[in-house]
Design a protein around this ligand. Structure first.
Ligand code: 13P
Ligand code: SF4
Length: 330
């Protein structure tokens, strides 16, 4: 199996004229070029504010699949851009900084995953969307943190399942469903950093705060959380809640939208374990900047390409996820 792990092509490091008003110029270029800007909740606040749509991985894929724009600028990480390209191969797809990778996707090289699958014949292969396109070609159905549980549940209980690459998410779903899926031992370097100890220290300071956690966190953190879910789910829960304080154990970018939607509530980022920083950021997500977004639209670079043969195979498990999600009302 040939691995199509992307080769970093980087970004355009062209100086931007000083007199330029970036937001206005980005909007102008976007309209001139019939482009749509899609941003993940972990992007810098100024990118989220200028985007046409902000969402979690599932919503970004759904949006990319239905947009009529000629150009998709995906402000997120590489696998998100790749998913958009696979779903809309006739559109041009750009990521402002193509070096924006994902440690979780990197923890699952396609050739090693293929060997793992071979060792477990007769298993359905369920892969988290945080994977390369090459891994998706080996997959029966893709899931995101929004629909993982329901998609796993859509298989009869006796079905043998391989779940990859996030072992924390896989463990969490095994616990919820009573299944014994075979897990690939991958992890996200950001979510693995949240420690039970530091969150409990915060809880002493804010005893009436609820704990929100992304399922990529380790099991001890998930066990004490009042709500576990995708970025969109955490946002929805906080917005609907009658509580007004939340300790948030996921990448700190989500706090921007949480605070915007709930100006009177307090959102406290859970800190990483091994640093004095107050919050935990994904260095890959933060590679995209407003300046790079401007250059990307202005010069139409760097463009993201996916091999046509890979698209043909990888689109099937992604479309399957979208179909099931639609049936489930997501
Ligand atoms: P969501 O799909 O919940 O937004 O998660 C994406 C991600 O990369 C989490 O680290
Ligand atoms: Fe990947 Fe983790 Fe960053 Fe999400 S937060 S994009 S899983 S490295």
């Amino acid at each position: 199996m040939v691995d199509n792990d992307f080769k970093p092509a980087g970004f355009l490091n062209i100086p931007i004229p000083k007199d330029i008003e970036l937001t206005a110029e980005i909007n102008k270029l976007k309209n001139e070029k019939n482009a749509v800007i899609l941003a993940h909740y972990y992007q810098e606040g100024e990118i989220q504010d200028i985007a046409d749509f902000v969402g979690d991985s599932l919503a970004l894929a759904q949006w990319a699949a239905k947009t009529e724009a000629a150009i998709i600028v995906l402000c997120g990480v590489h696998f998100m851009g790749e998913t958009a390209k696979i779903l809309s191969p006739d559109k041009r797809v750009f990521v402002p900084d193509l070096n924006a990778g994902c440690s979780l996707a990197d923890s699952c090289p396609a050739d090693k995953f293929a060997e793992f699958i071979k060792k477990h014949p007769d298993h359905v292969v369920i892969s988290y969307v945080n994977t390369t396109a090459a891994v998706k070609t080996l997959t029966d159905v893709v899931v995101t943190s929004t629909n993982a549980r329901q998609i796993v549940d859509s298989f009869p209980p006796e079905t043998k399942i391989i779940f990859g690459p996030d072992a924390n998410l896989g463990n969490y779903i095994n616990g919820l469903t009573g299944r014994n899926m075979v897990l690939w031992e991958g992890a996200c370097h950001v979510h693995e950093q949240f420690s039970l100890e530091k969150i409990l220290q915060l809880k002493v300071v804010y005893p009436d705060a609820l704990i929100l956690a992304h399922p990529e966190c380790k099991s001890p953190v998930l066990k004490i959380a009042d709500h576990v879910g995708s970025t969109a789910s955490l946002l929805k829960f906080a917005t609907a809640s009658s509580f007004d304080k939340f300790i948030v154990a996921t990448e700190a970018g989500i706090l921007h939208e949480m605070q915007k939607k709930n100006p009177d509530k307090l959102f406290i980022p859970a800190p990483p374990n091994d640093s004095t920083c107050a919050c935990n950021e994904c260095n890959f997500m933060k590679l995209n900047t407003l300046e790079k977004l401007y250059n990307c639209l202005q010069y139409e670079m760097p463009e993201l390409f996916v091999d046509a043969e890979i698209i043909k195979k990888a689109v099937k498990p992604i479309r399957k996820m979208l179909e099931i999600s639609e049936r489930l009302g997501y």
